[in-house]
Design a protein around this ligand. Structure first.
Ligand code: F0G
Length: 459
Protein backbone atom coordinates (compact mmCIF):
# COMPACT_ATOMS: atom_id res chain seq x y z
CA UNK A 1 0.00 0.00 0.00
CA UNK A 2 1.22 3.46 -0.80
CA UNK A 3 -0.15 6.95 -0.51
CA UNK A 4 1.61 8.01 -3.64
CA UNK A 5 -0.24 7.27 -6.77
CA UNK A 6 0.72 5.81 -10.06
CA UNK A 7 -1.63 6.58 -12.90
CA UNK A 8 -1.90 7.37 -16.53
CA UNK A 9 -1.60 11.11 -17.02
CA UNK A 10 -5.05 12.63 -17.15
CA UNK A 11 -6.12 15.32 -19.61
CA UNK A 12 -4.56 18.56 -18.47
CA UNK A 13 -6.90 21.39 -17.78
CA UNK A 14 -5.29 24.76 -17.36
CA UNK A 15 -6.26 26.42 -14.11
CA UNK A 16 -5.63 30.01 -13.09
CA UNK A 17 -5.95 32.05 -9.92
CA UNK A 18 -8.41 34.93 -10.28
CA UNK A 19 -9.18 37.64 -7.74
CA UNK A 20 -12.87 37.66 -6.73
CA UNK A 21 -12.67 41.46 -6.25
CA UNK A 22 -10.79 43.05 -9.15
CA UNK A 23 -10.73 40.01 -11.46
CA UNK A 24 -6.96 40.11 -12.05
CA UNK A 25 -5.51 36.73 -13.03
CA UNK A 26 -2.20 35.18 -11.98
CA UNK A 27 -0.42 31.84 -12.16
CA UNK A 28 0.94 31.78 -8.61
CA UNK A 29 -0.40 33.03 -5.28
CA UNK A 30 1.31 35.14 -2.62
CA UNK A 31 1.99 33.60 0.82
CA UNK A 32 -1.34 34.90 2.21
CA UNK A 33 -3.45 33.95 -0.84
CA UNK A 34 -4.68 37.53 -1.16
CA UNK A 35 -4.70 39.57 -4.33
CA UNK A 36 -1.64 41.88 -4.25
CA UNK A 37 -3.64 44.54 -6.14
CA UNK A 38 -6.81 44.79 -4.01
CA UNK A 39 -6.39 42.39 -1.06
CA UNK A 40 -9.39 40.23 -1.90
CA UNK A 41 -9.46 36.41 -2.01
CA UNK A 42 -8.51 34.32 -5.02
CA UNK A 43 -10.49 31.59 -6.72
CA UNK A 44 -9.46 28.96 -9.22
CA UNK A 45 -10.87 29.19 -12.73
CA UNK A 46 -10.56 26.90 -15.75
CA UNK A 47 -10.55 29.00 -18.92
CA UNK A 48 -10.49 25.93 -21.20
CA UNK A 49 -13.91 24.76 -20.01
CA UNK A 50 -15.72 27.31 -22.08
CA UNK A 51 -14.86 25.33 -25.15
CA UNK A 52 -14.10 21.63 -25.33
CA UNK A 53 -15.14 20.14 -21.96
CA UNK A 54 -18.64 21.60 -21.91
CA UNK A 55 -19.65 19.32 -24.76
CA UNK A 56 -18.67 16.09 -22.96
CA UNK A 57 -20.73 15.73 -19.77
CA UNK A 58 -21.85 12.17 -20.50
CA UNK A 59 -18.23 11.15 -20.96
CA UNK A 60 -17.24 12.49 -17.54
CA UNK A 61 -20.07 10.67 -15.80
CA UNK A 62 -19.10 7.35 -17.38
CA UNK A 63 -15.39 7.82 -16.67
CA UNK A 64 -16.02 8.74 -13.02
CA UNK A 65 -18.28 5.71 -12.54
CA UNK A 66 -15.71 3.39 -14.12
CA UNK A 67 -13.01 4.60 -11.76
CA UNK A 68 -15.00 3.23 -8.80
CA UNK A 69 -13.85 -0.25 -9.74
CA UNK A 70 -10.19 0.78 -10.13
CA UNK A 71 -7.53 -0.25 -7.60
CA UNK A 72 -5.39 2.85 -8.12
CA UNK A 73 -5.13 5.07 -5.02
CA UNK A 74 -5.98 8.14 -7.10
CA UNK A 75 -9.18 6.53 -8.36
CA UNK A 76 -10.05 5.21 -4.90
CA UNK A 77 -10.02 8.77 -3.62
CA UNK A 78 -13.51 10.27 -3.78
CA UNK A 79 -11.80 13.57 -4.54
CA UNK A 80 -9.34 12.63 -7.30
CA UNK A 81 -11.88 10.38 -9.01
CA UNK A 82 -13.34 13.70 -10.21
CA UNK A 83 -9.95 15.12 -11.26
CA UNK A 84 -11.27 16.57 -14.52
CA UNK A 85 -12.85 19.28 -12.35
CA UNK A 86 -9.69 19.92 -10.30
CA UNK A 87 -6.34 21.57 -10.97
CA UNK A 88 -4.10 19.14 -12.78
CA UNK A 89 -0.73 17.87 -11.61
CA UNK A 90 2.10 17.14 -14.02
CA UNK A 91 3.24 14.40 -11.64
CA UNK A 92 0.19 12.59 -10.23
CA UNK A 93 2.51 10.32 -8.24
CA UNK A 94 3.14 13.20 -5.84
CA UNK A 95 -0.49 13.47 -4.72
CA UNK A 96 -1.03 12.84 -1.00
CA UNK A 97 -4.23 10.84 -0.50
CA UNK A 98 -5.79 9.02 2.44
CA UNK A 99 -8.64 7.79 0.20
CA UNK A 100 -10.80 10.71 1.27
CA UNK A 101 -14.31 11.38 -0.02
CA UNK A 102 -16.69 8.60 -1.11
CA UNK A 103 -18.91 9.45 1.84
CA UNK A 104 -22.38 7.96 2.34
CA UNK A 105 -25.72 9.57 1.60
CA UNK A 106 -28.26 8.47 4.22
CA UNK A 107 -32.01 8.74 4.32
CA UNK A 108 -33.01 10.29 7.65
CA UNK A 109 -36.46 9.00 8.62
CA UNK A 110 -36.65 10.28 12.17
CA UNK A 111 -35.23 13.70 11.25
CA UNK A 112 -37.63 14.03 8.31
CA UNK A 113 -40.55 13.62 10.73
CA UNK A 114 -38.98 16.07 13.20
CA UNK A 115 -38.64 18.66 10.42
CA UNK A 116 -42.07 18.02 8.87
CA UNK A 117 -40.75 16.67 5.57
CA UNK A 118 -41.71 13.60 3.58
CA UNK A 119 -38.07 12.74 2.89
CA UNK A 120 -34.71 13.98 4.07
CA UNK A 121 -31.13 13.02 3.22
CA UNK A 122 -27.80 13.61 4.92
CA UNK A 123 -24.43 13.46 3.22
CA UNK A 124 -22.02 12.52 5.97
CA UNK A 125 -18.70 14.23 5.40
CA UNK A 126 -17.71 13.17 8.92
CA UNK A 127 -17.03 9.73 7.42
CA UNK A 128 -13.76 11.00 5.91
CA UNK A 129 -10.41 9.59 7.12
CA UNK A 130 -9.86 12.13 9.92
CA UNK A 131 -13.58 12.48 10.65
CA UNK A 132 -14.45 15.74 8.90
CA UNK A 133 -15.01 17.28 5.47
CA UNK A 134 -11.63 19.02 5.69
CA UNK A 135 -9.87 15.98 4.23
CA UNK A 136 -11.41 16.54 0.80
CA UNK A 137 -9.77 19.95 0.55
CA UNK A 138 -6.58 18.98 2.33
CA UNK A 139 -5.60 16.29 -0.16
CA UNK A 140 -5.48 18.95 -2.88
CA UNK A 141 -3.88 21.84 -0.97
CA UNK A 142 -1.33 19.67 0.89
CA UNK A 143 -0.32 18.13 -2.45
CA UNK A 144 0.21 21.63 -3.88
CA UNK A 145 2.33 22.53 -0.82
CA UNK A 146 4.57 19.55 -1.44
CA UNK A 147 4.74 20.21 -5.18
CA UNK A 148 5.92 23.75 -4.41
CA UNK A 149 8.67 22.37 -2.18
CA UNK A 150 7.42 23.58 1.21
CA UNK A 151 8.76 21.75 4.27
CA UNK A 152 6.26 23.37 6.66
CA UNK A 153 2.50 23.87 6.40
CA UNK A 154 0.29 25.77 8.88
CA UNK A 155 -3.27 26.62 9.83
CA UNK A 156 -5.33 28.37 12.45
CA UNK A 157 -8.18 26.14 13.42
CA UNK A 158 -11.18 25.36 15.59
CA UNK A 159 -9.89 21.77 15.48
CA UNK A 160 -10.90 19.90 12.35
CA UNK A 161 -8.64 21.71 9.89
CA UNK A 162 -5.69 21.13 12.19
CA UNK A 163 -6.46 17.41 12.58
CA UNK A 164 -6.75 17.01 8.83
CA UNK A 165 -3.72 19.13 7.96
CA UNK A 166 -1.52 17.32 10.48
CA UNK A 167 -2.50 13.95 8.98
CA UNK A 168 -1.85 14.95 5.37
CA UNK A 169 1.41 16.70 6.26
CA UNK A 170 2.60 13.57 8.06
CA UNK A 171 1.68 11.34 5.10
CA UNK A 172 3.45 13.74 2.74
CA UNK A 173 6.65 14.05 4.80
CA UNK A 174 6.07 17.70 5.79
CA UNK A 175 6.02 19.37 9.22
CA UNK A 176 2.89 21.16 10.40
CA UNK A 177 2.21 24.14 12.66
CA UNK A 178 -1.21 24.40 14.31
CA UNK A 179 -2.57 27.53 16.02
CA UNK A 180 -5.72 26.87 18.06
CA UNK A 181 -7.69 28.90 20.59
CA UNK A 182 -6.78 27.71 24.10
CA UNK A 183 -9.59 25.77 25.80
CA UNK A 184 -11.96 26.07 22.84
CA UNK A 185 -11.02 23.03 20.79
CA UNK A 186 -12.57 19.67 21.59
CA UNK A 187 -10.21 17.01 22.94
CA UNK A 188 -10.92 14.62 20.10
CA UNK A 189 -9.61 17.10 17.55
CA UNK A 190 -6.67 18.29 19.65
CA UNK A 191 -5.55 14.72 20.25
CA UNK A 192 -5.55 14.04 16.51
CA UNK A 193 -3.18 16.94 15.80
CA UNK A 194 -0.84 15.69 18.53
CA UNK A 195 -0.88 12.10 17.31
CA UNK A 196 -0.13 13.16 13.71
CA UNK A 197 2.92 15.03 14.97
CA UNK A 198 1.90 18.67 14.58
CA UNK A 199 3.67 21.45 16.42
CA UNK A 200 0.55 22.57 18.29
CA UNK A 201 0.32 26.04 19.85
CA UNK A 202 -2.69 26.93 21.97
CA UNK A 203 -2.98 30.71 21.80
CA UNK A 204 -4.75 32.76 24.46
CA UNK A 205 -7.26 34.15 21.99
CA UNK A 206 -10.13 32.96 19.81
CA UNK A 207 -10.04 31.51 16.27
CA UNK A 208 -10.10 34.97 14.71
CA UNK A 209 -7.10 35.95 16.85
CA UNK A 210 -5.22 32.79 15.80
CA UNK A 211 -5.90 33.68 12.17
CA UNK A 212 -4.49 37.20 12.64
CA UNK A 213 -1.28 35.83 14.17
CA UNK A 214 -0.86 33.18 11.48
CA UNK A 215 -1.28 35.72 8.66
CA UNK A 216 1.80 37.52 10.04
CA UNK A 217 3.77 34.30 10.55
CA UNK A 218 3.33 33.17 6.94
CA UNK A 219 4.54 36.57 5.70
CA UNK A 220 7.78 36.15 7.62
CA UNK A 221 8.49 32.43 7.37
CA UNK A 222 8.67 29.98 4.44
CA UNK A 223 5.51 28.18 5.50
CA UNK A 224 2.50 27.22 3.41
CA UNK A 225 -0.93 28.44 4.60
CA UNK A 226 -3.58 25.72 4.62
CA UNK A 227 -6.63 27.63 5.84
CA UNK A 228 -9.59 27.86 3.50
CA UNK A 229 -8.39 31.20 2.09
CA UNK A 230 -6.16 28.80 0.17
CA UNK A 231 -8.32 28.26 -2.95
CA UNK A 232 -6.92 24.76 -3.55
CA UNK A 233 -8.70 23.64 -0.36
CA UNK A 234 -12.01 24.74 -1.82
CA UNK A 235 -11.36 22.89 -5.09
CA UNK A 236 -11.12 19.61 -3.18
CA UNK A 237 -14.16 20.43 -1.06
CA UNK A 238 -16.18 20.91 -4.27
CA UNK A 239 -16.13 17.16 -4.82
CA UNK A 240 -18.68 16.53 -2.04
CA UNK A 241 -21.24 18.27 -4.26
CA UNK A 242 -20.14 16.38 -7.37
CA UNK A 243 -20.36 13.07 -5.52
CA UNK A 244 -23.75 14.08 -4.11
CA UNK A 245 -25.06 14.68 -7.62
CA UNK A 246 -23.73 11.30 -8.73
CA UNK A 247 -25.56 9.72 -5.76
CA UNK A 248 -28.73 11.55 -6.89
CA UNK A 249 -28.23 10.29 -10.44
CA UNK A 250 -27.54 13.88 -11.56
CA UNK A 251 -31.05 15.09 -10.58
CA UNK A 252 -30.60 18.25 -8.52
CA UNK A 253 -32.25 18.26 -5.07
CA UNK A 254 -34.33 21.32 -4.21
CA UNK A 255 -32.24 22.29 -1.16
CA UNK A 256 -28.74 21.73 0.21
CA UNK A 257 -28.19 22.92 3.79
CA UNK A 258 -24.69 23.67 5.12
CA UNK A 259 -23.27 24.93 8.42
CA UNK A 260 -21.41 28.25 8.17
CA UNK A 261 -18.19 29.06 10.06
CA UNK A 262 -15.30 30.55 8.10
CA UNK A 263 -17.61 30.05 5.07
CA UNK A 264 -15.15 28.10 2.93
CA UNK A 265 -17.31 25.01 2.66
CA UNK A 266 -20.51 26.72 1.56
CA UNK A 267 -18.42 28.64 -1.00
CA UNK A 268 -16.84 25.42 -2.27
CA UNK A 269 -20.14 23.55 -2.61
CA UNK A 270 -21.74 26.51 -4.38
CA UNK A 271 -18.79 26.73 -6.79
CA UNK A 272 -19.19 23.05 -7.59
CA UNK A 273 -22.87 23.49 -8.43
CA UNK A 274 -22.11 26.52 -10.66
CA UNK A 275 -19.39 24.57 -12.48
CA UNK A 276 -21.47 21.42 -12.91
CA UNK A 277 -24.19 23.57 -14.47
CA UNK A 278 -21.63 25.29 -16.71
CA UNK A 279 -20.36 21.89 -17.86
CA UNK A 280 -23.87 20.61 -18.51
CA UNK A 281 -23.63 17.92 -15.81
CA UNK A 282 -26.76 19.23 -14.08
CA UNK A 283 -29.58 21.32 -15.46
CA UNK A 284 -30.58 23.25 -12.31
CA UNK A 285 -28.97 24.63 -9.17
CA UNK A 286 -30.19 23.60 -5.70
CA UNK A 287 -30.93 26.40 -3.24
CA UNK A 288 -27.86 26.37 -0.97
CA UNK A 289 -28.80 27.62 2.52
CA UNK A 290 -26.27 28.42 5.24
CA UNK A 291 -26.97 28.01 8.96
CA UNK A 292 -24.99 29.62 11.78
CA UNK A 293 -25.15 29.44 15.56
CA UNK A 294 -26.98 32.51 16.89
CA UNK A 295 -23.90 33.30 19.00
CA UNK A 296 -21.60 33.22 15.94
CA UNK A 297 -23.76 34.80 13.26
CA UNK A 298 -21.74 37.27 11.19
CA UNK A 299 -23.21 36.11 7.87
CA UNK A 300 -26.79 36.23 9.18
CA UNK A 301 -26.27 39.80 10.36
CA UNK A 302 -24.46 40.78 7.18
CA UNK A 303 -27.32 39.55 4.99
CA UNK A 304 -30.09 40.95 7.17
CA UNK A 305 -28.56 44.30 7.98
CA UNK A 306 -26.92 45.29 4.68
CA UNK A 307 -27.90 42.71 2.08
CA UNK A 308 -24.40 41.17 1.97
CA UNK A 309 -22.50 44.33 1.00
CA UNK A 310 -20.24 44.74 4.05
CA UNK A 311 -19.17 42.10 6.57
CA UNK A 312 -20.45 42.64 10.10
CA UNK A 313 -17.97 40.86 12.39
CA UNK A 314 -19.12 39.59 15.78
CA UNK A 315 -17.57 38.36 19.02
CA UNK A 316 -18.38 34.66 18.56
CA UNK A 317 -19.62 32.37 21.32
CA UNK A 318 -21.16 28.91 20.89
CA UNK A 319 -20.69 25.39 22.26
CA UNK A 320 -20.55 24.26 18.62
CA UNK A 321 -16.85 25.12 18.81
CA UNK A 322 -16.10 24.23 15.17
CA UNK A 323 -18.09 27.27 14.02
CA UNK A 324 -17.13 29.68 16.79
CA UNK A 325 -15.98 32.25 14.23
CA UNK A 326 -16.83 35.95 14.15
CA UNK A 327 -14.84 37.22 11.18
CA UNK A 328 -15.24 34.70 8.35
CA UNK A 329 -12.67 34.95 5.57
CA UNK A 330 -14.82 33.66 2.71
CA UNK A 331 -17.93 35.75 3.43
CA UNK A 332 -18.02 37.35 -0.05
CA UNK A 333 -17.88 33.97 -1.77
CA UNK A 334 -20.70 32.71 0.49
CA UNK A 335 -22.87 35.76 -0.23
CA UNK A 336 -22.51 35.04 -3.93
CA UNK A 337 -23.64 31.42 -3.37
CA UNK A 338 -26.70 32.57 -1.41
CA UNK A 339 -27.61 35.15 -4.03
CA UNK A 340 -27.05 33.00 -7.12
CA UNK A 341 -28.73 29.87 -5.79
CA UNK A 342 -31.56 31.70 -3.98
CA UNK A 343 -30.64 30.04 -0.67
CA UNK A 344 -31.54 31.33 2.79
CA UNK A 345 -29.40 32.19 5.78
CA UNK A 346 -30.64 31.33 9.27
CA UNK A 347 -29.41 31.18 12.85
CA UNK A 348 -30.22 28.70 15.60
CA UNK A 349 -29.96 28.74 19.40
CA UNK A 350 -27.71 26.53 21.51
CA UNK A 351 -30.70 24.49 22.68
CA UNK A 352 -31.93 24.05 19.10
CA UNK A 353 -28.47 22.75 18.12
CA UNK A 354 -28.39 20.28 21.02
CA UNK A 355 -31.89 18.98 20.21
CA UNK A 356 -31.09 18.57 16.51
CA UNK A 357 -27.89 16.69 17.31
CA UNK A 358 -29.84 14.21 19.46
CA UNK A 359 -32.44 13.81 16.70
CA UNK A 360 -29.72 13.04 14.14
CA UNK A 361 -28.33 10.54 16.66
CA UNK A 362 -31.77 8.93 16.92
CA UNK A 363 -31.47 8.09 13.21
CA UNK A 364 -28.33 6.10 14.06
CA UNK A 365 -26.13 8.74 12.47
CA UNK A 366 -23.83 10.64 14.79
CA UNK A 367 -22.41 14.07 14.10
CA UNK A 368 -20.70 16.87 15.97
CA UNK A 369 -22.64 19.92 17.19
CA UNK A 370 -21.62 22.20 14.31
CA UNK A 371 -23.12 19.75 11.81
CA UNK A 372 -26.41 19.64 13.71
CA UNK A 373 -27.12 23.32 12.97
CA UNK A 374 -28.27 22.08 9.56
CA UNK A 375 -31.26 20.17 10.94
CA UNK A 376 -32.03 22.91 13.48
CA UNK A 377 -31.99 25.49 10.67
CA UNK A 378 -34.02 23.29 8.33
CA UNK A 379 -36.80 23.06 10.91
CA UNK A 380 -36.99 26.86 10.93
CA UNK A 381 -36.94 27.07 7.13
CA UNK A 382 -39.83 24.58 6.95
CA UNK A 383 -41.84 26.61 9.49
CA UNK A 384 -41.20 29.76 7.46
CA UNK A 385 -42.45 27.99 4.30
CA UNK A 386 -39.09 28.42 2.54
CA UNK A 387 -38.72 24.61 2.39
CA UNK A 388 -41.92 22.73 1.43
CA UNK A 389 -42.84 19.33 2.82
CA UNK A 390 -42.58 17.49 -0.50
CA UNK A 391 -39.24 19.02 -1.57
CA UNK A 392 -35.96 17.08 -1.66
CA UNK A 393 -33.48 18.28 0.95
CA UNK A 394 -29.89 17.30 1.76
CA UNK A 395 -28.12 18.20 5.00
CA UNK A 396 -24.34 18.33 4.84
CA UNK A 397 -23.05 16.75 8.06
CA UNK A 398 -19.51 18.04 8.37
CA UNK A 399 -17.99 16.22 11.34
CA UNK A 400 -18.18 12.88 13.15
CA UNK A 401 -19.90 12.32 16.50
CA UNK A 402 -16.63 11.19 18.12
CA UNK A 403 -14.98 14.55 17.45
CA UNK A 404 -16.66 16.03 20.52
CA UNK A 405 -17.82 13.32 22.95
CA UNK A 406 -17.74 15.75 25.86
CA UNK A 407 -20.66 17.73 24.38
CA UNK A 408 -22.67 14.53 23.96
CA UNK A 409 -21.98 13.31 27.50
CA UNK A 410 -22.90 16.66 29.02
CA UNK A 411 -26.08 16.68 26.95
CA UNK A 412 -27.22 13.26 28.16
CA UNK A 413 -26.28 13.95 31.76
CA UNK A 414 -28.33 17.15 31.58
CA UNK A 415 -25.28 19.33 32.32
CA UNK A 416 -25.02 21.21 29.04
CA UNK A 417 -27.20 24.13 30.06
CA UNK A 418 -27.17 23.93 33.85
CA UNK A 419 -26.60 27.37 35.40
CA UNK A 420 -26.83 29.09 32.00
CA UNK A 421 -29.49 31.47 30.79
CA UNK A 422 -30.81 28.68 28.51
CA UNK A 423 -31.67 26.41 31.47
CA UNK A 424 -35.44 26.97 31.13
CA UNK A 425 -35.48 26.57 27.32
CA UNK A 426 -33.41 23.38 27.73
CA UNK A 427 -36.26 21.62 29.56
CA UNK A 428 -37.53 20.44 26.15
CA UNK A 429 -34.40 18.27 25.88
CA UNK A 430 -35.28 15.91 28.74
CA UNK A 431 -37.10 13.44 26.48
CA UNK A 432 -33.91 12.98 24.41
CA UNK A 433 -31.52 12.52 27.32
CA UNK A 434 -30.18 9.03 28.07
CA UNK A 435 -27.70 9.31 30.91
CA UNK A 436 -25.81 6.09 31.70
CA UNK A 437 -27.34 4.22 34.66
CA UNK A 438 -25.04 2.95 37.41
CA UNK A 439 -26.23 -0.38 38.88
CA UNK A 440 -24.98 -3.16 41.14
CA UNK A 441 -23.61 -6.09 39.13
CA UNK A 442 -26.91 -7.93 39.53
CA UNK A 443 -29.10 -9.72 37.00
CA UNK A 444 -32.23 -8.57 38.83
CA UNK A 445 -31.16 -4.95 38.73
CA UNK A 446 -30.53 -5.10 34.97
CA UNK A 447 -33.86 -6.86 34.28
CA UNK A 448 -35.76 -4.37 36.44
CA UNK A 449 -34.17 -1.49 34.52
CA UNK A 450 -34.96 -3.17 31.20
CA UNK A 451 -38.62 -3.61 32.17
CA UNK A 452 -38.89 -0.02 33.33
CA UNK A 453 -37.46 1.15 30.01
CA UNK A 454 -39.95 -1.09 28.14
CA UNK A 455 -42.86 0.33 30.18
CA UNK A 456 -41.72 3.87 29.48
CA UNK A 457 -41.50 3.31 25.70
CA UNK A 458 -45.03 1.79 25.64
CA UNK A 459 -46.66 4.71 27.41
N1 F0G B 1 -18.54 22.01 10.50
C1 F0G B 1 -17.40 21.59 11.06
C2 F0G B 1 -17.40 20.26 11.73
C3 F0G B 1 -16.23 22.38 10.98
O1 F0G B 1 -15.10 21.93 11.51
C4 F0G B 1 -16.29 23.63 10.34
C5 F0G B 1 -15.11 24.49 10.26
C6 F0G B 1 -17.52 24.01 9.78
C7 F0G B 1 -18.61 23.18 9.88
C8 F0G B 1 -17.67 25.29 9.05
O2 F0G B 1 -17.09 25.24 7.80
O3 F0G B 1 -15.53 27.14 8.08
O4 F0G B 1 -15.96 26.12 5.85
O5 F0G B 1 -17.73 27.46 6.99
N2 F0G B 1 -14.04 24.28 10.88
C9 F0G B 1 -12.81 25.05 10.69
C10 F0G B 1 -11.66 24.40 11.42
C11 F0G B 1 -12.92 26.50 10.84
O6 F0G B 1 -10.69 25.08 11.76
O7 F0G B 1 -11.69 23.20 11.61
P1 F0G B 1 -16.54 26.56 7.12
Amino acid sequence: MTDYVSVESSPTQISQLRCIGCGSVREKAEQDFRCPDCGDLLEIVYPGWNTSEATRPGAFQTLWRQRRTSGLPLDQSGVWRFREMLPSFSDWQRIITLREGSTPLYEMHHCARAAGLQQLYAKHQGMNPTGSFKDTGMTVAASVARREGFRWVACASTGNTSASMAAYAARGGMRSLVLIPEGKVSWGKLSQALDYGALTCQLKTDFDGCMRVLNEVVQRMPIYLLNSVNPYRLEGQKTAAIELMEQFDWQTPDHVIVPGGNLGNSSALGKAFFEMKQLGLISALPKVSIIQAAGANPLVRTMRENGGRQLISVQAETAASAIRIGNPASWKKAVRVLQETGGAVEQVSEVEIALAKAEIGADGIGCEPASAVTLAGLKKLVKQGFVKSGESVVLILTGHLLKDPEFTLKFHRGDLFSRTESEKEAEILTAQQRAPIVLDASVDAVIRTLKEAGDRSET
